[in-house]
Design a protein. Structure first.
Length: 416
């Protein structure tokens, strides 16, 4: 029986890295706020997609997020609890946040087992690292152990978990990300130098924690974090996911380190110019192709949203979700106005990509006098569609659309 003697470590964040859960977290927070009847100035407390994108890139951990929201965002104006029977005055702010977190975790655990899926390539890379004799493998999540375990149990599975060398949840440390404590603790438990550890993260908060611990960091960004300046914050590499630009392998990550180089996944990582609408003419062919693939993937969400928006919960679904009160009396989908606004946003993204490709081609032609086969202009054309009935080619740009599509099909989570 061979025993591992690790010289390096591969550490995975959980939410956003192993599984795309941020939208589920947002819905669970809103469910908790609704259950408690939280109101500020007579209005229901609700975190929108846009706000939560900013929040998760600012603060790590659930309770810190709520404390930040009610002290910084609302400028110290705390909500009124309208839930019948809840003694707000005796509870105090700390107890209120604790109770909200408990309810949020309860709701989150109800939906994660059905809606969460592993991100592309992550389990294959984890399996390869587990099999490698010289690489320790771990998961370091800012989430509470109660919510964290539900995700890893259902997605990673007990067999894999039993083979990991270190597992640390937010409850195990006193300081949340972006503080590096969780990664410092992982290195200490593994007995490895931080410079021999590579972290996979998805957000600026996680990246700052990894770099603060002196570790290498590969960012697999999501739609919520794609616009962040990861390279400017010190990321060693970034990709849309572990398969988008080519499969990220152990050798691509650790091969350079073993040879004394700092260049992780050099041939398949995003360029420093980045990917997405904002990169304009500097987008590479791989960047544009990856972006277009995300654009086309959105059609399923839009179609499903339009189809499902007026379908109510069935009796069987209501029975299945039991006392999941916030959603039992809700219709299944988004309103026509929300769908139309989303489609407008999608089309704006497509137009921006098309403009970027033309600009890149024109710039290259002016420089070398000819548009080569590699020029963006030579890529498959982007269809410009103005009719909202013909979305078979153009869709949204959000990698979480498959998840949102699944949520819509489940008909209990409001798309707000």
């Amino acid at each position: 029986l061979q025993t591992k003697v690790p010289e390096y470590a591969l550490l995975f964040d959980c939410d956003g890295v192993i599984v795309e859960t941020e939208e589920l977290h947002r819905l669970a927070y809103n469910g908790a706020f609704e259950d408690f009847g939280l109101q500020i100035d007579g209005k229901q407390v609700e975190w929108t997609v846009e706000y939560y994108d900013k929040l998760q890139n600012t603060v790590g951990g659930g309770k810190p997020k709520m404390n930040y929201h009610f002290t910084e965002t609302t400028k110290g104006v705390w909500p009124v609890v309208t839930k019948e029977g809840y003694n707000e005055k005796n509870a105090g702010r700390v107890k209120l946040v604790d109770d909200l977190q408990d309810k949020k975790t309860e709701i989150y655990k109800r939906i994660v087992s059905e809606a969460a899926e592993a991100r592309p390539g992550v389990l294959a890379l984890m399996d390869a690292a587990i099999e490698a004799d010289d690489i320790a493998v771990g998961i370091c999540s800012a989430s509470t152990r109660a919510g964290f375990e539900k995700v890893v149990d259902s997605i990673v599975g007990k067999e894999r978990l039993d083979k990991l060398d270190v597992i640390i949840a937010g409850d195990d440390v006193t300081a949340k990300k972006p503080d590096p404590m969780i990664y410092n603790l992982a290195a200490k438990r593994l007995g490895l130098d931080a410079q021999k550890c590579v972290v996979i993260e998805d957000s600026l908060v996680g990246l700052r924690a990894a770099k603060g611990a002196g570790m290498k960091c590969l960012v697999t960004y999501t739609a919520s974090t794609a616009a962040e300046d990861f390279y400017g914050e010190g990321a060693d590499a970034k990709v849309p996911d572990l398969t988008a630009n080519g499969v990220v392998t152990l050798d691509a990550i650790f091969g350079p380190l073993k040879k004394g180089s700092d260049e992780l996944i050099e041939t398949i990582r995003d360029s420093s110019a980045g990917a997405g609408v904002g990169s304009s003419a500097s987008m590479s062919k791989a960047d544009v192709d990856a972006y277009i693939a995300k654009v086309k993937a959105g059609v399923d969400f839009v179609a499903k949203a339009r189809e499902a928006r007026n379908k109510p919960l069935t009796k069987e679904q209501i029975a299945a979700y039991g006392d999941f009160a916030p959603y039992n009396d809700r219709s299944a989908g988004i309103s026509k106005e929300e769908a139309d606004a989303y489609i407008a946003k999608v089309k704006a993204g497509v137009d921006a990509v098309a403009a970027a490709r033309v600009a890149a081609a024109e710039e290259q032609a002016a420089t070398i006098g000819v548009v080569s086969d590699a020029a963006p202009k030579e890529m498959p054309a982007v269809k410009d569609t103005t009719e909202d009935v013909d979305w078979g080619v153009i869709g949204g740009t959000d990698p979480m659309l498959a998840l949102r599509k699944k949520l819509l099909s489940m008909k209990y989570a409001p798309m707000r």
